[in-house]
Ligand binder design. Structure first.
Ligand SMILES: [Zn+2]
Ligand SMILES: [Zn+2]
Length: 187
């Protein structure tokens, strides 16, 4: 096996998956690179069950607590499709304004989760104990097992305090807000 492929494989094993950018980064150091070698590398990675994705760069968690989970961002087209889909997620309680069911939505792009009155759209905060009791099965994007709810306050400031789901086996997490439509998308 070529050195750069071995290096790429080692890096992939440590990270759990690779992007095409990662693979290219290892490949460009090799002066006699051929298309066959790239194929060979991808084959080796496949044999080792290391997925190569075309996704956007991922954000690392703050390592201070020894956590190694990696943020999984869903592809834009998947989210756009979901917004047009008629299934809605019920909030944990009826609205105080109308006594109607609430719906879980994104308060703003990349923002927090709110439970809005289905009659008028008034926003209600989703409290942590309510979040943890939501009857949602979030599948890990990699292994498809059920992920565990977690308040991701330890990650970078952008997602600080946001609600998410973690797969400890694959060491990745997703944000609940990424999975929700905005109120404007559903009215
Ligand atoms: Zn209302
Ligand atoms: Zn998983």
């Amino acid at each position: 096996m070529k050195h750069w492929i071995a290096d790429c494989l080692r890096f992939g094993k440590a990270k759990g998956f690779l992007t095409y950018t990662d693979v290219n980064r290892f490949a460009v150091g090799n002066p006699e690179l051929s298309a066959e070698e790239i194929d060979e590398c991808l084959l080796v990675l496949e044999e080792e069950n290391i997925e190569v994705t075309s996704e956007e760069p991922i954000q690392q968690l703050d390592m201070t607590k020894g956590s190694r989970e990696i943020y999984h961002k869903f592809p834009i087209d998947l989210i756009e499709g979901w917004k047009g889909y008629p299934v809605r997620l019920l909030g944990p309680r009826m609205s105080e304004c109308h006594g109607e069911p609430t719906l879980l939505v994104q308060s703003m792009p990349g923002g927090f989760v709110t439970a809005n009155c289905s009659a008028c759209g008034k926003k209600y905060t989703l409290k942590e104990h309510e979040f943890r009791r939501l009857q949602l099965w979030i599948s890990c994007p990699r292994c498809k097992r059920q992920m565990s709810p977690d308040r991701l306050s330890r990650i970078n400031s952008q997602a600080s305090g946001n609600y998410g789901y973690v797969c400890s086996k694959c060491q990745i997490y997703v944000l609940l807000t990424d999975l929700l439509p905005r109120w404007e998308d559903i009215v």
